[in-house]
Design a protein around this ligand. Structure first.
Ligand code: NAP
Length: 285
């Protein structure tokens, strides 16, 4: 039976550190603050927002919701984002994505100041991730993967890692962060040949695909560590969700595995708060 790398223990340890640092800032008269920008009221966004609010309240971090109607115009929204960006009380900005189709999201992202871009929405932040510039903020989910690996003392130096998925949100940045720790990374995608064999060759598999239970027993081998980033509707259990890994067939084989739910997803909101606090500390250094 594999050891389950549960996210809660990671988030709890991180919280203790953050609470102390937030108190340190408050002692200087500064309250770190996250600006949450939302257009419309998609249930997924509201669910994530609820989790962020709860986590922020738990560590004493302030937040403000900037909510805009579904039919906000490009011009109005551009102005709104620029205002949030210029607001000195706001240290970090999270904008829910994707935006409605009539908005030019690529352009709107350029109005988020890089120093407040706590979830890596701008090309400037992505550039910092790829350039190993530690003043930048990688996206929260890849950071959560790294925090889990670190918390559970998983050695990365010289290890072979297969990352399945090459999105800008997860696959590519997590590969860069793994390389920063001297792992040898193979980035896989929908055109990768012999994907099961490539994964089975690795010491660590990171699944960031968006396909329920795709990574089955044939992709893994004994001794491996599996990080499941996926969040999908569970085809076998209506109303529940599952990862990109077929936990039932993979868990008996591998050494360590993150569960879904209760793995990567449960660390992500804490990482968002960590990034906001770091942004506040840097802005007030
Ligand atoms: P995405 O933008 O849709 O990217 C999916 C990636 O998987 C693409 O690179 C795609 O390859 C690859 N892929 C798709 N089908 C494949 C196949 N059959 N074989 C090999 N590779 C395949 O998704 P994402 O935003 O990166 O998200 C990935 C997963 O993570 C989703 O389940 C999402 O819900 C989840 N997620 C979780 C969190 C969290 O906090 N836990 C946060 C964000 C996302 P191509 O590039 O060739 O198309």
């Amino acid at each position: 039976m594999a050891e389950q790398l549960k996210g809660k223990a990671v988030a709890t340890a991180m919280k203790e550190d953050l609470v102390q640092r937030v108190e340190g800032m408050k002692a200087k008269g500064i309250t770190p603050k996250l600006g949450i920008v939302r257009v419309g009221a998609r249930p997924d966004d509201l669910f994530y927002e609820g989790g962020i609010k709860k986590t922020a309240e738990g560590i004493g971090l302030d937040y403000q919701i900037f909510e805009y109607p579904e039919d906000v115009t490009q011009a109005d929204f551009e102005k709104a984002i620029q205002d949030v960006g210029a607001d000195k009380a706001i240290n970090g900005i999270l904008m829910f994505s994707p935006l409605p189709k009539h908005l030019d999201e690529k352009k709107i992202r350029t109005f988020i100041p890089v120093e407040k871009d706590v979830d890596c929405m701008t090309i400037g932040s992505a550039g910092k991730v790829f350039a190993d510039d530690q003043t930048g903020f990688p996206p929260c989910t890849p950071t959560a993967c790294m925090d889990i690996l670190k918390f559970y003392d998983v050695p990365l130096k010289g290890k072979k890692v297969a990352v399945v998925g090459r999105s800008l949100v997860v696959g590519k940045p997590v590969a860069m962060l793994l390389m920063r720790e001297n792992a040898t990374v193979t980035i896989c995608h929908s055109r990768t040949e012999n994907l099961p064999a490539v994964c089975a060759e690795a010491d660590i598999v990171v699944a960031a695909i968006g396909r329920a239970k795709m990574i089955t027993a044939e992709y893994v081998k004994a001794g491996q560590i599996v990080i499941d980033v996926g969040i999908n509707a569970d085809p076998d259990r209506p109303g529940k969700y599952c990862g990109d890994v077929d936990f039932a067939s993979v868990e008996p084989i591998v050494d360590k595995i993150t569960p879904v739910p209760g793995g990567v997803g449960s660390v992500t909101t804490m990482v968002l708060c960590k990034h906001t606090l770091k942004a506040c500390e840097m802005q007030n250094a």
